[in-house]
Design a protein around this ligand. Structure first.
Ligand code: FES
Length: 140
């Protein structure tokens, strides 16, 4: 794998918490890899697993679904639905050949800009070790 290869990470970010956390990372001048493409969603509960599969099919090397901490969802139980939904979906993705490091569900609040930067750095490093995602792309 060449040193210049950058994984492509698609991050579905709840607008109230994670998206604001990413914004804080930027305004706090925290450095993190440019490998992430943020998609702002109203709530992590809005992210249908088909969006995740589609992202992998369209060339993502990693996908992050992130929202408010449990108990802080602005729609009361959207992130509880996310947690339940993705405990099942993660196993389905593994069945499809997606390594567990490529897909994560994380809770990041609007005050956790540093945590957002650290998470993207960690995901990028993990995925860089795995190399490009070829499994799902080949199935398109
Ligand atoms: Fe943030 Fe529901 S509003 S996860």
């Amino acid at each position: 794998m060449s040193d210049s290869w950058q994984p492509r990470i698609v991050a579905f970010a709840c607008r109230w918490c994670t998206y604001a956390g990413a914004d804080l990372a930027g305004t706090s001048r925290k450095e993190y890899p440019s490998s992430v493409r943020l998609i702002r969603v109203p709530c992590s509960g809005r992210v249908n697993p088909s969006f995740v599969i589609r992202a992998f099919q369209r060339g993502a090397d990693g996908v992050l679904v992130s929202g408010c901490h449990p108990g802080d969802c602005h729609y009361i139980e959207g992130n509880l639905l996310t947690r339940r939904r993705y405990s099942v979906a993660k196993r389905f993705l593994e069945y499809l050949g997606i390594e567990p490091e490529r897909f994560r569900v994380e809770w990041i609040s609007a005050a956790e800009g540093a945590r957002f930067a650290d998470l993207i750095t960690e995901m990028t490093d993990d995925i860089r070790e795995l190399g490009p995602n070829r499994k799902m792309r080949e199935q398109v």
